[in-house]
Design a protein around this ligand. Structure first.
Ligand SMILES: [Zn+2]
Length: 300
């Protein structure tokens, strides 16, 4: 495959209407057709490999697709969780993480200023952080995990830094890029966290964020809240896997399009869905996207 594929083609959608239009595009139609054929062919197996080009590794890979992370069982066969699988066997990143990584690399390497970009990741014990550290160097990457309510942000426990993203220990304008991979849904006060992200970004700073998002939902829904130290559940509790907590992480908010307003209200000058669906790059699963926001400029 040619060099072109080392860059991930991204379409930006700033509104639900723009997002729907991209969903009807040829590239998404082609991906859905590939999914349909693949599901048919793989109906009887427990897992399979799908060939494609990993833009993170810069090489052809056989992406791993299995039933982890909630495959959908059909009468005949199954539909994998495309967003969470399609794992590259070499860099170890899944579908959405590969897209976020390539975008991050794009932003960082395009920067030609003297002061090289500093990156904060809301994760530290993950393949994504390991990739970032290996690619950009330790001196430019800082990662953290949320280790529990009793700790002060900035504390290190057994080599892992703790940060509560509602009250980070960093001074204003500390980072040029912040990567938040499926974190915001686990935060008690997501709007406070968004304000904190805005505060610690430099003026030309970028946010790259993945979050479970209901593209049919106009409003966000609060599932749970901490009030006076107690967790109040408004819906059946949902927990996601957490590499530093066996019990998983509670989902506090289901996000819909209102999240885009919250990001703007936190101070960001521009916010968009970055749609990255692409069959040859192993980005299947209908309209796949992450959120990108700019502190003081317009996204390109
Ligand atoms: Zn890879």
């Amino acid at each position: 495959m040619d060099k072109m594929n080392e860059v991930l083609p991204i379409s930006l959608a700033r509104t639900k209407e723009e997002f729907i239009a991209i969903g009807a595009s040829e590239i998404v139609r082609e991906a859905r057709e590939c999914e349909r054929i693949t599901i048919e062919q793989q109906a009887t197996v427990t897992h399979f490999k799908l060939a494609g080009y990993c833009s993170v590794c810069g090489a052809e890979r056989d992406f791993i697709v299995d039933r982890q992370c909630g495959a959908q069982e059909l009468e005949k066969g199954w539909i994998p969780n495309w967003r969470e699988r399609l794992v590259c066997p070499v860099c170890g990143l899944n579908n959405r993480q590969r897209a976020a990584a390539v975008r991050l690399r794009d932003i960082v390497t395009k920067d030609t200023t003297e002061n090289r970009r500093h990156i904060y990741l809301m994760e530290q014990v993950t393949p994504f952080f390991a990739w970032c550290n290996g690619t950009f160097g330790q001196e430019r990457c800082l990662g953290s995990e949320y280790l529990g309510p009793g700790l002060k942000s900035g504390t290190t426990v057994n080599g892992i830094r703790h940060e509560d993203i509602e009250a980070m220990s960093f001074s204003d304008e500390s980072f040029d890029v912040i990567v938040s991979n499926d974190v915001l849904e686990h935060v008690n006060r997501p709007r406070k966290a968004l304000s904190e992200i805005w505060r610690v970004l430099t003026n030309n700073g970028h946010l790259i964020m993945t979050v479970p998002f209901g593209t049919d939902w106009d409003k966000n829904t609060t599932r749970a809240q901490i009030v006076d130290g107690d967790v109040l559940h408004y819906s059946e509790p949902i927990y996601h896997g957490n590499p530093v907590a066996d019990e998983g992480s509670l989902v506090f908010t289901d996000f819909g399009w209102e999240l885009m307003d919250w990001i703007k209200e936190a101070g960001f000058s521009d916010v968009a869905m970055a749609v990255y669906t692409n069959t040859s790059l192993g980005h299947l699963g209908g309209v796949q996207f992450f959120i990108e926001a700019a502190k003081e400029h317009i996204l390109m």
